[in-house]
Design a protein around this ligand. Structure first.
Ligand SMILES: Cc1cc2nc3c(=O)[nH]c(=O)nc-3n(C[C@H](O)[C@H](O)[C@H](O)COP(=O)(O)O)c2cc1C
Length: 396
């Protein structure tokens, strides 16, 4: 008989959360609903968003027993440097909606956990300030904008500030149809009365987020926005129209010429495109459906990962994201050929629940789960993982 399920921890103290799912509950208590909806939401009917979780949950482990795993570790090598865990923080825009100095907080949490942090083009902190505030591994995400001077500006500033890797997002030539975004606003840039009341019910959030600098701004690209559209609420309507619908592999080749360090394309979902990325000179790729926020009904990353790993795994670094909430999810992807997993919402839940410490707490939960999973599978390190340890409901 099924045991009646206990409610998840639903207080406001993130340190009492046992899982990323419980951190999410805490985040909802501490943050206005429209900000959490922005974090959680997907495109249109959210089919990909739901599928990302379902498919990861449906993969089963077939463990080996009686293997000495006392000295196990989860370190991986990414682009010639060791990471303490097979994790990278995904680029996310508008993090400043969740807590004060959010991008620096995430970068520091990543640094403390010995993993890279990727800053987004649409961040609410300038890339130079993040580099001053955190000294760990910094990656920079790039959107191609209709105004190519924005792209060139980010590129040269990121190089100057010492970012080690450029992550070019290629699944956003057209902005995803996120209907909740439109519902949150009464008119462009005007919050609905309901949302304003919601803000009033979260005085701690107001104190942390709004009091220091007002509504967060798209600081990285602020000088390219009209003055009336620099803040995040007003700028959202304009930014979505700035995405360049005419990007092609020629842009990747152009970036390859201009950017002297590691170059990754993010948003690859087919082996054919993965091969194009190798041909264009990329050092890595992210298998991603943008966390279900772009093309709805697009296939989930984990389903296409084995085919992509078979096609290009020997030639480049393979990262994967979209839907990862448990260490078991991470280990499944590593067993299917990923070199590391990028996490978006998992650390954003931690950030909303407890700032830098909360984001670090999310990473500790995931790393702890990865460690236990490795041990229970009979593996001393991630290099021992492989598809032989899994049963998958798709071709491997
Ligand atoms: C709130 C939010 C904002 C995002 N902003 C960006 C962005 O600016 N650039 C980008 O390449 N991806 C962006 N993404 C996608 C993430 O980089 C990543 O692909 C996705 O979050 C992974 O799925 P997960 O959240 O289930 O881990 C965003 C995702 C979220 C949740």
């Amino acid at each position: 008989m099924m045991r009646p399920k206990r409610k998840l921890y639903s207080g406001k103290n993130y340190r009492r959360a046992c899982s990323v799912e419980e951190l999410r509950e805490v985040a909802y208590r501490r943050t206005p609903y429209f900000a959490m909806e922005y974090v959680e939401g997907g495109a249109e009917d959210e089919i990909s968003l739901a599928r990302n979780r379902e498919i990861l949950r449906s993969i089963r482990f077939v463990p080996n027993v009686l293997v000495d795993t006392a000295d196990r570790h989860q370190r991986v090598n990414l682009f010639g440097r060791e990471s303490d865990s097979p994790l990278v923080i995904s680029p996310t825009g508008l993090n400043g909606m969740l807590c004060r100095d959010a991008d620096v907080a995430l970068a520091r949490a990543a640094e403390k956990h010995g993993i890279p942090f990727c800053l987004g083009t649409l961040s609410t902190t300038r890339l130079e300030r993040v580099a001053e505030g955190a000294s760990g591994r910094l990656w920079m995400q790039l959107y191609a904008m209709t105004r190519r001077d924005i792209t060139r500006d980010i590129l040269s500033r990121a190089e100057e500030a010492g970012y080690e890797t450029l992550v070019f997002t290629v699944d956003s030539n057209v902005f995803g149809n996120r209907e909740w975004d439109r519902r949150s606003y009464r008119a462009p840039a005007k919050l609905t009365l309901r949302n304003m009341l919601d803000v009033a019910r979260h005085p701690r959030w107001v104190w942390d987020v709004l009091v220091p600098h007002g509504i967060p701004r798209f600081e990285n690209i602020a000088e390219f926005m009209p003055p009336e559209a620099q803040s995040a609420d007003a700028g959202v309507a304009i930014v979505t129209k700035l995405f360049a619908p005419d990007i092609t592999w020629k842009d990747v080749e152009w970036l390859r010429e201009k950017w002297p360090r590691n170059l990754i394309v993010k948003g690859i979902l087919s082996p054919a495109d993965a091969i194009r990325a190798v041909e264009a000179g990329c050092d890595g790729l992210v298998v991603s459906n943008h966390g279900g926020r772009q093309l709805d009904s697009s296939i989930s990353s984990i389903e296409v990962l084995p085919g992509i790993a078979a096609a290009v795994g020997e030639k480049m670094t393979i990262l994967v994201d979209s839907g990862f909430r448990r260490g078991t999810d991470v280990v499944k992807a590593l067993a299917l050929g990923a070199d590391a997993v990028m996490v978006g919402r998992a650390t954003l839940f931690g950030l909303a629940a407890g700032g830098e410490a909360g984001a670090g707490y999310a990473l500790s939960i995931l790393a702890g789960e990865v460690d236990r999973t490795l041990g229970q599978l009979g593996c001393g390190s991630v290099s021992e993982l492989g598809p032989h340890l899994l049963r998958c409901p798709f071709d491997v």
